[in-house]
Design a protein around this ligand. Structure first.
Ligand code: UD1
Length: 382
């Protein structure tokens, strides 16, 4: 007789808030895993922080995500006004949905604004990718967002052991912290399998040879706001010994257009690409150059050396493993490290979990909402 699934007596509702590219990627796998739990129901809210088709829609399409239940359409703005607009528009959604918990990812303005809104209504916050610390607030608005959200969250889900330890050191109660691994690693494994199954690779279409090019991404204000810094990086990538392909963030495209900068040699500028195409390029490049935390991790998962033009405490497990190298972005540094940086050690396994982070996040939510009940949002003492 086929096994019948018993309808659960209580169904708990989770509102997930996403707004920017890295969150779509993580939510794609976690939402899929939540849908398999009859006791959990997810309502998806998109703040609209990222709104261009190739910054948002493409992720929903390619990752097979269902359309958001709400889009707050906040668009781009100065951080303080962006927080304010998100809070104002999220408030009525939370008041009418009355969820049992709100889940947020990472460290963007959408993450912090949603967490603050939920806490004002007494809704417990679950924070995925909690606890990472760069120890640099000046150039990193994300650091402030993450610290705020970690401190407001009832449950902090860390994707590395190191992040869990930072939270313990900050005297957060141990029962409010769980190391679940990185849902981006789950998705990477699935995407890699799908890319390898495809007969056609993306790189040859761009005239690139397998293992013969650099995949670059660049979007941090510290590397892109100042024209001289941006020009130095672009000139160096253009003069690299190998072809460099750079899918350009819209903020950087606007800057490049204003500077009237054009590549003359080895740099190819592309429109932003979805996650599947990024992984396709990553799996077939020789080396990666990025100031994105997500792409640094994906390069590590793909077993590709990665040069990072950021000097903060940047994904230290990857840097210490020898697979990423932090540099200050001078022309000499960029050119010499692109030429010579090749790790000569094996990448450590399971730094970011075992590929079942999404399942562990669903377990943690069930435990929080259906289990012991000792995680009231206001019970911070252990
Ligand atoms: C945001 C996150 C960053 C994350 C990144 C991923 C914050 C503080 N930063 O940075 O942590 O790594 O997303 O991409 O939340 N723009 C468009 N179209 C869009 C989105 C943005 O043209 O769809 C342009 C606008 O000019 C905007 C600028 O990009 O002002 C910056 O966008 P914003 O969302 O503020 O920050 P990101 O740099 O994307």
């Amino acid at each position: 007789m086929p096994e019948t699934i018993k309808k659960p007596e209580t169904i708990k509702k989770i509102v997930t808030v996403v707004g920017a590219r890295p969150q779509f990627v993580k939510a794609a796998v976690v939402s899929r895993s939540l849908r398999r739990r009859p006791s959990l129901r997810e309502v998806l809210v998109h703040t609209g922080q990222h709104y261009d088709a190739n910054m948002s829609d493409i992720f929903f399409e390619q990752l097979g995500m269902r359309a958001p239940d709400y889009n707050l359409e906040v668009g781009s703005d100065k951080p303080a006004r962006q927080y304010a607009t998100i809070m104002e528009r999220l408030l009525p959604v939370l008041e009418s949905e009355r969820p049992d918990a709100l889940m947020v990812y990472g460290d963007t303005n959408s993450t912090a604004a949603a967490a603050i809104t939920a806490v004002t209504l007494g809704i417990p916050v679950v924070h995925v990718e909690a606890g990472e610390r760069m120890f640099q607030r000046k150039d990193m608005p994300e650091e402030v967002n993450r610290i705020l959200t970690d401190n407001l969250a009832t449950l902090n889900l860390a994707c590395t052991e190191r992040a869990r330890c930072y939270l313990i050191k900050e005297r957060q109660a141990a029962h409010r912290i769980k190391m679940v691994g990185d849902p981006m690693y789950d998705l990477f494994l699935m995407t890699k399998a799908a890319v390898e199954e495809k007969a056609e690779r993306l790189a040859p279409g761009y005239g690139l040879e397998e293992n013969g090019f650099c995949l670059a991404t660049l979007h941090r204000p510290q590397n892109t706001d100042d024209e001289n810094v941006l020009r130095t990086i672009l000139d160096a990538l253009d003069d690299a010994d190998m072809p460099v392909v750079l899918p350009v963030h819209p903020r950087v495209t606007k800057k490049i257009d204003r500077m009237e900068w054009q590549p003359r040699n080895n740099l190819r500028l592309l429109d932003p690409v979805g996650n599947r195409d990024l992984i396709d390029l990553l799996l077939h490049c020789a080396i990666c150059f990025t100031d994105s935390g997500g792409v640094t991790r994906e390069a590590f998962f793909a077993g590709k050396p990665c040069i990072v033009p950021v000097l903060a405490n940047w994904w230290p497990d990857i840097v210490e493993s020898g697979w990423a190298m932090k540099i200050s972005p001078s022309r000499e540094n960029i050119l010499s490290h692109l030429r010579t940086f090749r790790p000569c050690v094996e990448a450590p396994v399971e730094l970011f979990g075992d590929g079942n982070s999404a399942g562990k996040i669903a377990d943690a939510l069930e435990e929080l909402l259906l289990g012991r009940g000792d995680l009231s949002p206001w019970n911070y003492d252990s």
